[in-house]
Design a protein around this ligand. Structure first.
Ligand code: ADP
Ligand code: MG
Length: 140
């Protein structure tokens, strides 16, 4: 067990419904600390680079359209096993398959518009945190 940092994104379906505070409350109630946070509009290039790993998937183009369709909140969460813990708090990619009480079950609209992104490994967490933030932004 170790203190980790993970990249979270509150997606456009959630900013559109003005529920960023409700989602942040889930992280804080679960013991994760928001140590950096910024509301931004992703450019097409940023979305394509961020989701590069999915560039061959059939949903890639729609995903980039969706992620640039409105503001997002990019944030760094810190805590014990934060990467896996955040994935638990988020729930399954498809809200229909997510456990009760998870963010995606309670707020997700569809497998695409599923309200939150969270890093899935230490390597990806590092890449994704520094995609949006520098060390001076991270105030633990
Ligand atoms: P996760 O966000 O749970 O790590 P993935 O990395 O597999 O899931 O996918 C990245 C994002 O792409 C998902 O959060 C979702 O917004 C979108 N996505 C994944 N699978 C599909 C799909 N079958 N159809 C449409 N969008 C999808
Ligand atoms: Mg993923």
């Amino acid at each position: 067990m170790a203190i980790e940092r993970t990249l979270s994104i509150i997606k456009p379906d959630a900013t559109r419904r003005n529920i960023t505070g409700k989602i942040n409350a889930r992280f804080e109630e679960a013991g994760l600390k928001i140590i950096a946070q910024r509301r931004i509009r992703l450019s097409r290039t940023q979305a394509e680079q961020f989701y590069e790993v999915h560039s061959e998937r059939p949903f890639f183009n729609d995903l980039c359209d969706f992620m640039t369709s409105g503001p997002v909140v990019v944030q760094v969460l810190e805590g014990e096993s934060a990467i896996a813990h955040n994935r638990q708090i988020m729930g399954n990619t498809n809200p229909a398959n997510a456990d009760a009480g998870t963010i995606r079950k309670d707020f997700g609209e569809s497998i695409e518009a599923n309200s939150v992104h969270g890093s899935d490994s230490p390597e990806n967490a590092r890449r994704e945190v520094y995609f949006f933030f520098c060390d001076c932004d991270l105030v633990g």
